[in-house]
Design a protein around this ligand. Structure first.
Ligand SMILES: NC(=O)c1ccc[n+]([C@@H]2O[C@H](COP(=O)([O-])OP(=O)(O)OC[C@H]3O[C@@H](n4cnc5c(N)ncnc54)[C@H](O)[C@@H]3O)[C@@H](O)[C@H]2O)c1
Length: 440
C-alpha cells in the first residue's frame, strides 16, 4: 500500500533541529499580525479563557491559568462531554479560588456547553486562550479548530493517539507557528526548574557522549467507573477512557509518555531510528479496564549504537518507580521523580540544591507572559515528537515488530470511530497479540 511521504521524516527532523538551533524562529510583524488574539483591542488588560474537558486536569489547568496573572485572566466558557463533570469543575474552581478571586470565573449559563460539539461552542465564545484537557483521542480535531480560530492554546499531553492524529497535529503546529500563536503543552517536566537545570548540564556535556538512557514509570492501576443503568456504550467508554486504546492510546502513550518525553529531551528531541518492544495484559480485570495492556518494555535504537530503554507498568501490589537514568562516556545522571532528586556522578559531579517550582503553574505563567510579550511560547515540534515516540513504542509492542520512525510516522491506522454518537453499539478492538496483530 502506498502511503503519503512523511512530512517529517527522521532526516527532516535532524535537518530541522540543526536549522532551528542555528536560526531561532523570528516572529516577523506579518506572522504576529496574523494572530488577532495577541492582545484584545477592546479590553487589552484582560485575557479571556475557555476550557474544553472539565475533568481533574482541566480544572487544575483552569485554576493555574486564572492564577497566572494578577486578576487579568478570566474564564468565560466551559465545555465537556458530560454536564455533571462540567458542573463539578465549575464548583471546584469557585471553591479553590475562594471569595476573593471567585470573580475570575465568569461562565454564565449560556457559556456552559455539553456534548461532542462543546469544543466548538467554547472556542466560538470570543475567547483569547483555550485550555484543552479531554482524553487525547479528540486532541487533533480540537487543536485544529483552536488554531484555525486564532486562539492561543494550552494543550494537555499527549497530542494524539495514532499516526494520522500525529500528522494532523503536525500541520496544525505549523499553522500555529505561522500565525504566531502560543502552543504550550502539558509535558509539565519541561517547566520544572530542577529538570531544566539537570538537562542543561547533560546537554553541556557533564556526562560526556550519551551511551544509554533507562526510564521507568511503574505505578498502580487507575480507577474505573462501573457501568450504570442508562449508560450507552459511548458513555461507558468515555467515563473509563484511560482503559480504551482509541481514547487514551494505552498507558504508555497516556501516562508513561512523561518519561518518554524526558527521553526525547535527553536526545535534544532527535528521533530514534527504530524501536522494538514487548508488552501485555496480565493483571487487568473487569470490563471497565477495556482493552489496554498493563505493562510495556521498549528499546529505542539511536544512531551510533546508543540505546534508550523504557519500562512501564500499571499493576497493584508490585514495586513502583518513576526514574530516569542517563549513562554517558564520563559519568551518569539520575532523576528520582517521586523523591525529586537530580544527581550527576563522575568528574563533573553535581546535585540540584536550588529552589523548586510548581511546574504546572509555571506552564501557565510562561504561556500568558509570552502572549503579553508578543513572543508566544511554541512547544509544537518537541511535544509532537514525544507523542510519536510513545505511539511507536505501542505499535512495536502490539505487533511484535521492530518499527522505524518513518513507519510509525506514516502509519495509516486510525484508532476509534470516525464519528461520535451517544446511542448504538460501540465495539472496541480485542487486546492485541504480538506476532498476530498487524502493523497498519
Ligand atoms: N500533565 C499531567 O501531569 C497530566 C495529569 C493528568 C492528566 N493529564 C492529561 O490530561 C487529559 C485529561 O485527563 P484527566 O485526568 O483530567 O481526565 P478526566 O477524565 O478527569 O477529564 C477528562 C474530561 O474530558 C471530558 N471529555 C471526554 N471527551 C470529551 C469531548 N469529546 N469533548 C469534551 N469533553 C470531553 C470528560 O467528560 C472529562 O470530564 C489527558 O490527556 C491526560 O493525559 C495530564
Amino acid at each position: 500500500m502506498t502511503r503519503p511521504a512523511s512530512p517529517l521524516t527522521r532526516r527532516r527532523f535532524l535537518a530541522g533541529t540543526a536549522a532551528a538551533a542555528a536560526t531561532p524562529l523570528i516572529l516577523t510583524p506579518t506572522t504576529l499580525a496574523a494572530s488577532r488574539r495577541t492582545i484584545r483591542k477592546d479590553d487589552p488588560d484582560v485575557l479571556r479563557v475557555g476550557l474544553v474537558g472539565c475533568g481533574g486536569r482541566g480544572t487544575g489547568a483552569a485554576l493555574q491559568a486564572l492564577s497566572a496573572e494578577d486578576g487579568t485572566v478570566v474564564l468565560v466558557a466551559m465545555g465537556d462531554a458530560f454536564a455533571d463533570r462540567l458542573d463539578s469543575s465549575h464548583a471546584n474552581l469557585l471553591n479553590a479560588l475562594g471569595q476573593e478571586r471567585a470573580g475570575r470565573v465568569q461562565v454564565d449559563a449560556e457559556h456552559r456547553f455539553v456534548g461532542f460539539d462543546a469544543f466548538k461552542q467554547v472556542m466560538d465564545s470570543d475567547i483569547d486562550v483555550v485550555l484543552l484537557a479531554t482524553p487525547p483521542h479528540f486532541r487533533p480535531e480540537h487543536l485544529r479548530y483552536a488554531v484555525e480560530h486564532d486562539l492561543h492554546v494550552f494543550t494537555e499531553k499527549p497530542m494524539a493517539v495514532d499516526g494520522p492524529g500525529v500528522r494532523h497535529v503536525h500541520e496544525t503546529c505549523e499553522l500555529a507557528s505561522a500565525k504566531g500563536l502560543a502552543l504550550v503543552s502539558g509535558f509539565c517536566w519541561r517547566s520544572n526548574v530542577r529538570h531544566r537545570a539537570f538537562y542543561e548540564r547533560i546537554h553541556d556535556g557533564a556526562i560526556g557522549d550519551l551511551r544509554a538512557v533507562y526510564s521507568t514509570y511503574n505505578a498502580t492501576p487507575l480507577g474505573t467507573n462501573p457501568r450504570q443503568d442508562g449508560w450507552t456504550d459511548m458513555e461507558w467508554q468515555l467515563r473509563n477512557w484511560q482503559h480504551f486504546d482509541w481514547l487514551s492510546g494505552d498507558h504508555l502513550v497516556e501516562q508513561a509518555v512523561h518519561s518518554i518525553d524526558k527521553q526525547g529531551w535527553t536526545f535534544k528531541d532527535t528521533p530514534p531510528l527504530q524501536c522494538t518492544a514487548i508488552g501485555g495484559r496480565q493483571a487487568r480485570e473487569g470490563a471497565e479496564r477495556g482493552n489496554i495492556y498493563d505493562h510495556f518494555s521498549v528499546t529505542y535504537d539511536y544512531p551510533e549504537g546508543v540505546k534508550a530503554f523504557h519500562m512501564c507498568r500499571q499493576m497493584a501490589n508490585c514495586s513502583n518507580e518513576n526514574s530516569d537514568y542517563i549513562y554517558g562516556a564520563k559519568g551518569t545522571a539520575e532523576i528520582n521523580g517521586w523523591a525529586n532528586q537530580h544527581i550527576i556522578t563522575g568528574p563533573d559531579a553535581w546535585r540540584y540544591e536550588g529552589p523548586g517550582n510548581d511546574m504546572y503553574q509555571a506552564e501557565h505563567d510562561e504561556l500568558f507572559a509570552s502572549i503579553r510579550a508578543g513572543s508566544p511560547r511554541d512547544d509544537g515540534t518537541w511535544m509532537l515528537r514525544s507523542t510519536m515516540l510513545a505511539i511507536m513504542g505501542r505499535m512495536a509492542a502490539y505487533t511484535g515488530q521492530t518499527i522505524t520512525w518513518d513507519q510509525a510516522w506514516n502509519s495509516a491506522e486510525r484508532l476509534g470511530p470516525e464519528t461520535y454518537r451517544w446511542d448504538g453499539e460501540l465495539s472496541f478492538a480485542p487486546v492485541p497479540i504480538p506476532g498476530r496483530t498487524k502493523f497498519a
